[in-house]
Ligand binder design. Structure first.
Ligand code: AMP
Ligand code: ZN
Length: 674
């Protein structure tokens, strides 16, 4: 390659990378995969290394992220710069990293390292003065980020007050969306015909950068912390490992997993171990971050323009394969929504054969600009679910056909209706909906009828024993015994489960009935607003529109269903069977699983607060232990605070507690106490 050629390619790459930075960091809507992006950056780095005369301080290889879109959030200059990380994609590259370290230090390894999961979220910087949180900001381009304090404060584990910390302190970590929340969010977006998020990282960024913090709160973001900016010298810890323990002790969530390792071999062992267990993580991790453990070495090594020299991201393999889209078939979901499913020429992806891939909804298809016969790039989203990353348009021959939506339901032949970008089968007795309706009704977050699995539902439908969910309450033991190898005992158990499901309350019932657009959140809001099924059945469009999170389209669809005679008939039969139609006391289980300890003076009597916590399903105990979820700290706190800090138990001030309650119940504590 001549210098001229290299120059042309370098310019081309820089343009491309800047464009993709913008899509990724500013719009939260990447067009290419992370691996493709990494390849572009790698190519540019290599060219710049081979032709040093082409290096330039404004090359993307020298920069972090992208400048935030101004106007949405206040820009803040970070007191100390935030960096990106260099990547290693193989053991050789990890060794090369250690060799660079050895050369720079003029000393032979092996060194001690701390290995951490590289959580795929977005990094944030919390700035504290005299232990009080002043603001929180995104990384932005490393120098200037966006102030997102209000949104960050929807994450209940972020401490607002610290004790025993340097006067000026920057704490850094990752805000992320757990995989479960990510898939749930996309399902909701899919259902509404909206654009889905490409990956958990973009979903987290999109959620954190919402104008309305209430939306952020509903997304279920979490945070985990791993670094200090200002204050690192004074804080005390001498190693990264101790720094993580220090952060935990100060009340920060450190939930991303970390381990100490000796030398490259030790790191490799941790890496292999974590790689194997990667699928069990509740969050997406795209690799591990390897940091020299001794902070003293960090000072010696310093930073490049873009990244520290004392740390590297050792990436997990991310398989991407090219294959062809052979056909698109259409499935009917439990709400009657039609989902396109792509049939692929089978490919092996991360150990399993992939031949089907969901194509989500019309917005998604339009964005991809997908045609039957196209070559596509596929991977596993969140490491689990096969997904088309993009269409390889350069391989088109002209033979590709546009995707045509069916006019009739593939299951029952009813003419489909279209609401915006959502295609739906309107037949309430569509068999596709019947199975899904029962399965959904029995699912854990709905009526939680354990033992009513898919096979059994199929059998019950096949034998004509149930046609809809109300029929479940008419099942007798004789009907069940013998089905799916069911014995007396399990038939008895199932009947008990069905009986118990009568008492789940209105919010669960509304969710279970699969009203259009009604997920868990909406079901809770509707139940909270109307209190009883009868009142909901009498609701007007205006009243529905007043419910939080309900938009015009959803309100109309809900109203239509509520007024549908078949739906009303079903409700009548459920009522006759004894299914409860009232909302549970608001948020009865909102704090279930959490244990609180109170210390110091609160603005209302302690007993009252305790009673409220208990009413919301929480446990309240007298002394702090590792099992304590939160210590609530009032004025003049006692020794419990010290103990909580020592054990790494997160603390909440009174306002923080009320905010948590409000988030979980959708109600102000005043309303609950009244
Ligand atoms: P990149 O996204 O390629 O710029 O990689 C650097 C980013 O990795 C940092 O800015 C952090 O947001 C993120 N990261 C995730 N987990 C960690 C961790 N344990 N330590 C350091 N950085 C992390
Ligand atoms: Zn149908």
């Amino acid at each position: 390659m001549t210098l001229e050629e290299a120059k042309r390619r370098v310019n081309e790459l820089r343009d491309l990378i800047r464009y993709h930075n913008y899509r990724y960091y500013v719009l939260d809507a990447p067009e290419i995969s992370d691996a493709e992006y990494d390849r572009l950056l790698r190519e540019l780095e290599e060219l710049e290394a081979r032709f040093p005369e082409l290096q330039s301080p404004d090359s993307p290889t020298q920069q972090v992220g992208a400048k935030p879109l101004e106007a949405t959030f206040r820009p803040v200059r970070h007191p100390t710069r935030m960096y990106s990380l260099d990547n290693a994609f193989s053991l050789e590259e990890l060794r090369a990293f250690e060799e660079r370290v050895e050369r720079a230090l003029g000393r032979k390894g092996p060194f001690a390292y701390t290995v951490e999961h590289k959580v795929d979220g977005l990094s944030v910087n919390l700035y504290y003065e005299e232990g009080v949180l002043v603001y929180g900001a995104t990384r932005g381009d490393g120098e200037t980020g966006e102030e997102v304090t209000q949104n960050l404060l929807t994450i209940p584990t972020i401490p607002r007050r610290l004790t025993g910390v340097p006067g000026r302190l920057e704490v850094r970590g990752e805000v992320y969306l757990p995989l479960e929340a990510f898939f749930r969010l996309n399902e909701e977006l899919e259902e509404k015909g909206e654009r889905i998020f490409k990956n958990p990282r973009n979903a987290a960024a999109g959620s954190l950068r919402q104008k309305d913090p209430r939306i952020t709160a509903q997304r279920g973001l979490r945070a985990t912390f791993y670094a200090l900016g200002l204050g690192l010298e004074e804080a005390g810890p001498k190693t990264q490992y101790d720094l993580l323990l220090w952060l935990r002790e100060k009340g920060f969530p450190v939930e991303h997993g970390f381990a100490r390792a000796e030398g490259v071999e030790g790191v490799e062992a941790v890496y292999q171990d974590w790689l194997e267990r990667r699928r069990q993580l509740p969050y997406e991790a795209d690799g591990v971050v390897v940091k020299l453990d001794e902070l003293a070495l960090w000072r010696e090594l310093g930073y490049t323009a873009r990244a520290p020299r004392f740390a590297i991201a050792y990436k997990f393999p991310a398989e991407e394969k090219e294959t062809r889209l052979l056909e698109v078939v259409f499935q009917v979901g439990r709400t009657g929504r039609i989902t396109p499913v792509g049939l692929l020429e089978p490919v092996l992806l991360e150990g399993s054969e992939v031949s089907r891939v969901t194509l989500h909804n019309e917005s998604y298809l339009e964005e991809l600009d997908l045609r039957v016969g196209d070559w596509v790039l596929v991977h596993k989203a969140g490491g689990v679910i096969p997904e088309v990353l993009r269409v390889l348009k350069e391989r088109r021959t002209g033979e590709e056909r546009p995707i045509r939506w069916p006019e009739r339901c593939p299951e029952c032949g009813f003419r489909l209706v279209q609401e915006g970008k959502v295609h739906r089968c309107p037949n309430p007795l569509c068999p596709a909906k019947r199975f899904e309706a029962i399965r959904h009704y029995a699912s854990r977050k709905a009526m939680d009828i354990q033992g009513l699995g898919e096979k059994l539902i199929e059998k019950l439908l096949e034998k004509g024993l149930v046609r809809d969910v109300a029929d479940l309450y008419r099942l007798r033991k004789e009907d069940l015994v013998g089905l799916e190898r069911m014995g007396e005992k399990s038939a008895q158990n199932l009947l008990q489960q069905i009986e118990a499901s009568k008492h789940r309350g209105l919010e669960r019932l509304l969710y279970a009935l699969g009203l259009p657009g009604v997920g868990e959140v909406l079901a809770r809001n509707l139940a909270g607003r109307f209190g009883t099924m009868d009142r909901l059945l009498g609701a007007s469009l205006e009243e529905l529109l007043e419910v939080e999170e309900v938009g015009e389209l959803t309100a109309r669809a809900i109203l239509e269903t509520l007024q549908d005679p078949q739906f009303r008939h079903l409700v009548e039969r459920l009522k006759a069977a004894g299914v409860e139609m009232e909302a549970k006391e608001r948020g009865e289980e909102a704090l279930k699983g959490l244990t609180f300890v109170l210390t110091g003076e609160l603005s209302r009597p302690r007993e009252e607060v305790k009673a409220l916590l208990r009413r919301l399903g929480a446990k309240v105990t007298d002394s702090v232990s590792r099992k304590t979820s939160f210590l609530v700290v009032g004025e003049n706190p006692g020794s419990k605070l010290e103990k909580a800090r020592a054990l790494g138990v997160p603390t909440l001030d009174e306002a923080g507690l009320y905010r948590l309650i409000e988030e979980r119940t959708g109600n102000k504590p005043e309303a609950l106490l009244a």
